[in-house]
Design a protein around this ligand. Sequence first.
Ligand SMILES: O=c1ccn([C@@H]2O[C@H](COP(=O)(O)O)[C@@H](O)[C@H]2O)c(=O)[nH]1
Length: 271
Amino acid sequence: MTFMSSLKQRWNQADSLVCVGLDPEPAKFPAKFGGNADAVFDFCRDIADATAQYACAFKPQIAHFAALGAEDALQRLIAHIHARHPGVPVILDSKRGDIGSTAQHYAAEAFDRYAADAVTANPYLGRDSVQPFLDRADRGVVVLCRTSNPGAGDLQDLMIDGRPLYQHVAEKVAREWNTHGNCSLVVGATWPAQLKEVRAIVGDDVPFLVPGVGAQGGDVEAVVTNAKNAAGTGLMVSSSRAILYASKGDDYAEAAANAARELRDQINRFR
Ligand SMILES: O=c1ccn([C@@H]2O[C@H](COP(=O)(O)O)[C@@H](O)[C@H]2O)c(=O)[nH]1
């Protein structure tokens, strides 16, 4: 099954637009993980198992693993999700982009080494830098468009031919790069007006990965009303810290499940 068909099936079967972010930070883990050499894997596995029923996707962020030398834990975590929660796609958030010959290795890293269903990609180097990802028609390519961070507008809002750069990215991805129908866009929850503009540009068939609710303070109602498609789907609303670290006690997994369920229900009120 392709990334897009898994995602659509998951939106409907789980009735959820929640993407659970997996960003391990051992200093925030519950005390019971102290002294556990495999804490990164064990913690993320527990969170994935507790939240899977409320998730349309999982999104591990690669730097959180690589900085700890825990690439092996990331590989095993994705394998665990595929085995225990088949049908829930995994988006590797690595924001890759480089000259084509190197980008091929980034595509192999995401799709062959880690077996991710989709990857985030940086469009700054142009189409040839993203082509090795686009060519994997069964996998998703989630292109940065209007990111959630405070400095997003420094470059993404620069006006070119009368329109901000992020609108050119949206247009190019939807009209030119999406030949296999495997493209999505990152548009931050912290920018509701831009979410609406980008949806108007790309239409209903390009899903958005929307980070920025929870710890970054994005407004769920504004996200959903501005960015949903005609079917009331089209979104992967991503939350990491607010789910992962909902409790530092022994009830961490239950608290994460409650946070994911509450986010799902909040989103569904506005669909
Ligand atoms: O524009 C972007 C693109 C990616 N991210 C990533 O999403 C999560 C957000 O974590 P929270 O704890 O829910 O704030 C994190 O992995 C970022 O690297 C983003 O925030 N904004």
